[in-house]
Design a protein around this ligand. Sequence first.
Ligand code: TRP
Length: 338
Amino acid sequence: MASDARPRALSGIQPTAGSFHLGNYLGAIRQYVALQESHDAFYMVVDLHAITVPQDPAELRANTRFAAAQLLAAGLDPERCTLFVQSHVPEHAQLGWVMNCLTGFGEASRMTQFKDKSAKHGADRATVGLFTYPILQVADILLYQATHVPVGEDQRQHIELTRDLAERFNGRFGDTFTVPAPYIVKETGKIYDLQDPTIKMSKSASTPKGLINLLDDPKVTAKKVKSAVTDTDTVIRFDPENKAGVSNLLTIMATLTDTSVADLEKSYEGKMYGALKTDLAEVMVDFVTPFRARTQEYLDDPETLDSILAKGAEKARAVAAETLAQTYEKIGFLPAKH
Ligand code: TRP
């Protein structure tokens, strides 16, 4: 296969919200789309991770299709990459167990995402699954021998854990896993809340006005952009420390229009914040309008969508099964007689 010559990229995205938000798109999905040209790329909807917090079954099922439809609408091409659903490939849970047995309890306890999330859900409501969440993520990555893992800045610690466990396994049992690197695009790694530009844009936003959902009515999106928080100064300048709101708008504008922030600063010299907001609102509307239409097309034809995912799972399994077999052998599991 020609694709084998390319470096391998892998990433996963949770099916826990109906609509992806702008932070998901600029921080991760845009990189997914770009990487499918240069890399043998595997992308999955991580439903096993989703159930680390309570999910309604019907909603989970719908959101899984929703997530896949949006990834396709954003530009993932099933001919150029492998798109699949995590639970369709049983090797994730299987390698996850092996990785659990390789991770120190203290090591897992240091994962900050668990601390944050368990605090939010209440310490005694947090499940063991939530605790071992990063270890399942390690398995996701190692199964595919990925070299590049495009993620947002918040996932850096999980990639570090992946590297540690890959090296530990290789050291103990002999070379088995590729040690991956994070692939975090600096400028767009973090998009901030429009109403509170000191916090990351996320589903659990300060107020709905701080969050841009890609599937929102474009009119709502335009309004949110226009009411974004800025500052009492008037100069359009990139200065995240003192001008967090304006800097965030510049980052979003630069990324969506493939322009540099420096060029934007120049073209907005002498102009008011309102001009930047109006232009950005227009750029956003032009972006989300076709995105929504394409997503809807996939959702209207679940049969086609499900067959794309079935083909993806088949391609993924071929790789995952081979890695798991090698792992089982190295560990000393007795092969089942056929
Ligand atoms: N934890 C990631 C997130 O919340 C999702 C994820 C699961 C992932 N498995 C992965 C990302 C493997 C990269 C590689 O964003």
